[in-house]
Design a protein around this ligand. Structure first.
Ligand code: SAM
Length: 471
């Protein structure tokens, strides 16, 4: 089997291997015997490699696709239960020296207002987010060594963690900033970040260079090897993603799995999350200018395949997707969604939207309360838990917990407890009524008796106003 051991981007994302994979997939897309073997292997829940996965992606047989969807649903339930973790992005600065042709923050864009939040403004944004009920943020910034140096990012993280407003607190800050050095990753680790997220945008080197014509992000190898540097700097939770629409999705999908295989082979731990953003309209960006947009059915198939191929990796869907699309893909394996997001700098303190500094249009404009209620109406438990980070259960330790199934006795209670906090502190009466009933019924689903009793006790303490727990 192909086992990537090299630390060089062009070797672990070997273009020839991707092309050979696509050819193999094309040749075998109607080979039902092989497809059955691959599905049987997937049912062992140990994942699939990029070649096997690519055959399933190419397969158009409706029965086999239905089988794949069913398996994805089952793995989602068995590994993640019915919990959906909530988060929101926080844009710190849109100053950027890059020239990404799909992003309105590119340096040639002179019409977009450039904003960099002061620590006081960050404080106000965080209070607005806490007042909605958010506990987990993903901070976002353009790449600009002068305006957004690592010191600014670190200071902002410190500010975010320091704000305690009413019962609110941000307990996990994930970071989505440009590829950087091992030294800077070490500093981010020391600042107590959760996941380091960096989208590859495209794995196709030639397209990558065309889509990033200038600026530090132009360097394909430096960008693609970022996760290795992050892991060298001590960050064991990394989040991958490609921006679907830029390149051929089958190429991206095979390469994305090769990247995950590489991390697992070299560092002993695969990606903590995979995001599946699709390109959206933005200030001076027209998504139809990109030829490789994928329809909703293909998008759903990719989500189901990710769930089956890397069962231990969380999957994130942002508000780039509409309520309708989110409903379609949630059961196929999504574990984390954003709610009430603003993609502008300072957007949470602005009452009007759209805001002119938005990075892209969002398709789900509902409030967090509405998103939470909608999830519960569909039978999902919205979770504000951040315990994986708080208790040090990150990286390989998290994977082991997930692999052993213990997570059900741990994540399920934490989801209920953090939901309880949300209901008391932030929910509307309708949401609260649905949530309280859900907590009562879901308590029964904690398999371990001791864990169930402890959860009931903690729920009671929260009801009585005690907030000294660490989730
Ligand atoms: N500047 C950092 C970097 O280069 O990685 C931070 C990332 S940016 C704030 C977050 C992500 O938004 C990008 O990685 C890109 O995939 C995505 N993005 C940019 N323009 C977009 C658009 N028009 N539609 C959807 N997503 C977009």
């Amino acid at each position: 089997m192909y086992r990537p051991k090299s630390m060089k981007a062009e070797e672990f994302i070997d273009h020839e291997e991707v092309l050979a994979t696509l050819q193999y997939a094309e040749e075998n897309k109607d080979n039902l015997e092989l497809i059955d073997q691959i599905i049987a292997k997937a049912k062992l829940r140990k994942g699939l490699n990029h070649r096997e996965a690519s055959v399933l992606l190419a397969c158009e047989n409706p029965e086999k696709i239905a089988e794949l969807y069913e398996l994805a649903r089952q793995i989602k339930i068995d590994f993640y239960g019915n919990r959906i973790v909530m988060f929101a992005p926080l844009y710190l600065s849109n100053y950027c020296v890059n020239s990404c042709v799909y992003c309105p923050y590119h340096r040639q864009n002179k019409q977009i207002p450039r904003i960099k939040l002061t620590q006081e403004q960050i404080r106000n944004e965080v209070i607005a987010l806490q007042d909605m009920g958010h506990k987990r943020l993903a901070i976002e910034a353009g790449e600009d060594p002068v305006n957004n140096p690592i010191a600014y990012i670190l200071e902002s993280i410190k500010t975010i963690y320091s704000i305690q407003h009413k019962n609110g607190a941000i307990r996990r800050v994930n970071v989505n900033i440009a590829a950087t050095t091992v030294e800077n990753y070490r500093k981010l680790k020391e600042a107590g970040i959760g996941t380091y997220i960096l989208f590859q945008e495209t794995y196709h080197k030639e397209s990558y260079e065309t889509l990033h014509p200038a600026g530090p992000k132009h360097d394909y190898a430096y960008h693609t090897e970022a996760m290795d540097r992050a892991m060298e700097g001590g960050i064991d939770d990394v989040g991958l993603g490609v921006l679907f629409g830029l390149e051929m999705y089958r190429y991206e999908f095979a390469a994305l799995l090769m990247h995950a295989e590489h991390l697992e082979a070299v560092h002993g731990v695969g990606p903590h999350t995979i995001s599946v953003p699709r390109i959206k309209r933005a200030d001076d960006i027209d998504p139809s200018a990109f030829d490789n947009g994928i329809d909703d059915d293909t998008f759903a198939k990719i989500c189901a395949l990710i769930r089956v191929c890397v069962p231990y990796t969380g999957m994130i869907i942002s508000t780039r997707e509409s309520q309708q699309v989110r409903e379609k893909v949630l059961p196929l394996g999504v574990s984390q969604i954003s709610g009430a997001s603003r993609t502008s700098v300072g957007g949470y303190c602005e009452s009007v939207r759209p805001h002119e500094s938005e990075q892209f249009d969002v398709s789900d404009n509902r409030t967090l309360d509405e998103v939470v209620r909608w999830l519960m109406e569909m039978g999902y438990i919205p979770s504000f838990c951040t315990a994986c980070y708080r208790e040090g259960r990150t990286g390989d330790r998290f994977m082991n917990l997930c692999k052993s199934g213990q997570i059900q006795n741990c994540c399920h209670p934490n989801a209920l407890l953090t939901l309880k906090e949300f209901l008391i502190d932030y929910a509307s009466p309708e949401t609260k009524a649905i949530g309280e009933a859900m907590i009562v019924s879901q308590l029964e689903h904690i398999p371990n008796e001791k864990a169930r009793a402890l959860c009931a006790q903690h729920l009671h303490s929260i009801e009585e106003g005690k907030r000294d727990f660490r989730f």
